[in-house]
Design a protein around this ligand. Structure first.
Ligand code: HEM
Length: 565
């Protein structure tokens, strides 16, 4: 009897039995694999199909904090089709981050994703790259562009210019209700700062202006920002599109191509995301093309200092480091396709991270007036009140207490709460030898509050970093003097101290944008708190956050007044 005939003869009860049999077979296979896994660790029992998703109550950070309390510093959880080993002790994390250990080498963050390949059309920048050669090629140029002194000076300049624009809008909105001399503004601080970091990353990476601070102002004010509507709308569309691209990437990482392209409703979402992706790519392509033409027509000394220009001229005769790149090999210049991937990654990785952290800094300063006073004393010692706040790089390195505040806030609320590594060779961690292709997650929330490494971990105290210089290096001091790759730096600090705080990750894949982030954060501290009194509208209100891969500030309602008023 053919299979077709066999199925024709089945009745409902037979079908029911078949389905039950199938589920039983699947469950037996699932649990056989689970109970015979190597190196069994404590952790929640996975269920077939949904694995440990039943533990999830809507907030990733809370999930991992509660699992850490229950299962300790090394445990496992099965999610998204992978067994994940979760770590929160410095000596475990060191294996991945310390460039002097035998295991140190390039590692993917996660298994190769067909979905991301489809979404990014095969582009491999840095963040999701699993390919050492292409990552090294990109990273070399990314670092050179973003760590060059001229890039840093431009970043300092743009932070000032954009802040001046932003405070102009605050004043305009605040004065609308007063006599024009004295003003107060009640507003959602986190929205402004997100718009600020958006405009900042666009201008510092591409040299082109975007107008998202202005577009937010337009939503609040009857008087409009002094830019043509078309520019504002364009900025808005681009920024919304970038957000959609990032949020939508989950669909491409977690769903199979079949579900993405054939299941009703999801199919529509996939189409919309791909259309949005094409719009974003097209926009960036145009900017790259235009800049190439401008560069052709310019003398080398007149070239712009942004990342895009550096990436375009990298390894061409206009590049001062021509032929000195990656070791012995001579690399070709970057293609538009590669440049686009790097620019978009800077947009993606460099906007919300900085904006959320600055919102948390503001929240903590409002709750700790004695810390704010000490910070203001430091700022005033460099920029007396009513000064013109002409920041230069050397001023920023004097702001040691401000830097300590940034680190302590990040310790309390790590912006990126989970990092990942997926070693392609066996690795020994926690007394076990793990086979290649084991997925590791580092829980930064539990690490940063580990009671073996942090006395009174729940207490906010920037002096931990201010009084103890060994706790972590200054991220402002990252150099590219000899243009060597920063992942060649050797580590000799005490492991417990060094890896109990990993604000920017570590090892080969440490955040290449850390210096830019510090420039933005320190400059903003000087401008915002040096010039304005900011208080929370409701001191009792809990901080509104939502956690997925990063912890985002949802709202921060504040009252802003000029300090000299
Ligand atoms: C406060 C702000 C920031 C924080 C807290 C932050 C944090 C991080 C962390 C934790 C990682 C992962 C490192 C690892 O896996 O070891 C990372 C990677 C990365 N960050 Fe940042 N970051 C910030 C700002 C920026 C900025 C401003 C840029 C770019 C302009 C940037 C670009 C990147 C890129 C491209 C990667 C991937 C590096 C690679 O895989 O080689 N980040 N960041």
């Amino acid at each position: 009897m053919s299979l077709h005939k066999y199925f024709e003869n089945l009745n409902f009860v037979d079908y029911f039995h078949l389905v039950v049999l199938f589920i039983l077979f699947y469950a037996i296979k699932f649990y056989y694999k689970y109970f015979t896994r190597p190196n069994k660790l404590p952790g929640p029992l996975p269920l077939p199909i949904i694995e440990c998703a039943y533990c999830f109550r809507g907030d990733i950070k809370q999930l991992f904090v509660s699992l850490n309390k229950k299962y300790g510093d090394i445990y496992e959880i099965q999610l998204g089709g992978y067994r994940r080993i979760v770590l929160s002790r410095p000596e475990h994390i060191e294996k991945f981050f310390n460039n002097s250990t035998k295991y140190a080498k390039f590692m993917p963050r996660a298994p190769y994703s067909r979905g991301m390949k489809e979404l990014l059309m095969g582009a491999k920048g840095l963040v999701s790259s699993d390919d050492f050669k292409s990552w090294k090629f990109n990273r070399q140029f990314f670092i050179r562009a973003i760590l060059s002194p001229s890039f840093n000076n431009e970043a300092i300049k743009w932070t000032k210019l954009l802040f001046e624009e932003l405070e102009g809008y605050w004043k305009s909105l605040g004065s609308a209700n007063g006599d024009g001399k004295e003003w107060t503004l009640e507003t959602d601080f986190s929205k402004w700062i997100h718009r600020f970091t958006n405009d900042m990353i666009v201008v510092s990476t591409t040299g082109e202006r975007s107008y998202s601070i202005g577009s937010y102002y337009n939503t609040l004010s009857p008087i409009k920002a002094p830019y043509p509507d078309a520019l504002i709308e364009d900025s808005d569309r681009f920024i919304k599109g970038m957000k959609q691209l990032m949020v939508g990437s989950a669909l491409f990482v977690f769903l199979s191509p079949f579900i993405r392209h054939y299941v009703p409703f999801i199919r529509g979402k996939t189409k919309a995301l791909l259309k949005n992706r094409d719009f974003i790519f097209e926009k960036v392509n145009k900017v790259i093309k235009k800049r190439r033409q401008e560069i052709e027509a310019m003398q080398t000394k007149d070239l712009k200092k942004d990342m895009l220009t550096s990436l375009i001229i990298a390894n061409t005769e206009r590049d001062v480091n021509y032929k000195k790149a990656v070791g012995e090999e001579i690399y070709p210049p970057m293609t538009d396709f590669e440049i686009r991937a790097n620019i978009l990654e800077a947009f993606g990785a460099g906007t919300d991270t900085t904006a959320n952290l600055f919102s948390y800094i503001n929240y903590y300063l409002c709750h700790y007036p004695e810390v704010k006073q000490k910070m203001l004393a430091e700022i005033n010692s460099i920029f007396p009140q009513n000064s013109s706040f002409q920041l230069v790089h050397s001023d920023l390195s004097k702001l040691k207490y401000c830097e300590a505040i940034i680190k302590e806030v990040e310790r309390m609320i790590p912006v990126a709460n989970l990092l990942g590594r997926y070693p392609t060779e066996p690795i020994e961690v926690g007394g076990y030898l793990w086979p290649a292709n084991t997925m590791f997650q580092f829980d930064l929330v539990s690490l940063h509050r580990h009671k073996d490494y942090w006395p009174n971990p729940e207490i906010f105290d920037p002096d931990r970093f201010f009084l103890d210089n060994n706790k972590s290096e200054s991220y402002l001091n990252v150099k590219n003097d000899d243009l060597k790759d920063d992942y060649n730096e050797k580590d000799d600090q005490n492991v417990g101290q060094k890896y109990s705080f990993v604000m920017f990750g570590g090892g080969y894949r440490i955040c290449p944008g850390r210096k830019l982030a510090m420039i933005e954060l320190l400059s903003l501290m000087v401008y915002v708190f040096g010039k304005y009194n900011i208080e929370l509208i409701d001191m009792e209100a809990p901080l509104k956050t939502r956690s997925s891969t990063i912890t985002s500030c949802q709202e921060l309602m504040v009252r802003i007044k000029p300090r000299n008023q």
